[in-house]
Design a protein around this ligand. Structure first.
Ligand code: 5GP
Length: 193
């Protein structure tokens, strides 16, 4: 079966990471790309598993050498997708999933028009605010800023043309099912929606 480059994006607090990991688990030959980032490592994260953590100069060097398929600045840090690994896995016929932001997704779509974009939406704005509050890692001012950023990201996603499907996460299992079926269907797997 031929490879597929898939993008999953969504605002923070929407369940995007949970959905992405479940999709990769459910599709036998799918793998999650590990991004490079200049953001500091967080407790519980592992180098090479969650991210490749880079100093700003190392990241500059990767950009200069053309080693990134796309990159973007998100919340004051830079994030990018190492292109060599992606190309190798696609050539092996695998499904490669990128969990990246809207700016990055737009770059990927420009360079790889065959990429399949999935955007995860909250059921509504109140639910989004509620989820951001429940995470409660931050104070109310930070929560309000993330809320405003999330609304902007949703508007940008719709305007970008980078997404083939928008999935509303009002029920986690159903959102995962829809994402899996959308990818399978794109690959021509029977039973895909
Ligand atoms: P976090 O720092 O919370 O892990 O991620 C912050 C944001 O950066 C998320 O929206 C995530 O999707 C995005 N992101 C992670 N890796 C990449 C990447 O390689 N490229 C781009 N453009 N965005 C990324």
């Amino acid at each position: 079966m031929s490879g597929l480059l898939a993008i999953v994006s969504g605002p923070s607090g929407v369940g995007k990471t949970t959905i992405t990991r479940a999709v990769v688990d459910r599709i036998d030959d799918a793998e999650l790309s590990v991004s490079a980032t200049t953001r500091p490592i967080r407790p519980g994260e592992t180098e090479g598993v969650d991210y490749f953590f880079k100093a700003p100069e190392q990241f500059d060097e990767m950009v200069r050498r053309g080693e990134l398929l796309e990159w973007a600045e998100v919340f004051g840090n830079r994030y990018g997708t190492p292109v060599a690994w992606v190309n190798e896995r696609l050539a092996a016929g695998r499904v490669v999933v990128l969990e990246i932001d809207v700016q990055g997704a737009a770059q990927v779509k420009r360079n790889r028009p065959d990429a399949f974009g999935v955007f995860i939406l909250p059921p509504n704005e109140e639910a989004l605010l509620e989820r951001l509050r429940r995470r409660a890692r931050e104070g109310e001012d930070v929560i309000q800023r993330r809320f405003a950023e999330a609304k902007r990201e949703i508007a940008d996603a719709r305007a970008s043309g980078a997404y083939d499907v928008f999935i509303v996460n009002d029920n986690l299992e159903s959102a995962i099912d829809q994402a899996v079926r959308a990818l399978q269907s794109r690959r021509g797997v029977p039973g895909g929606a």
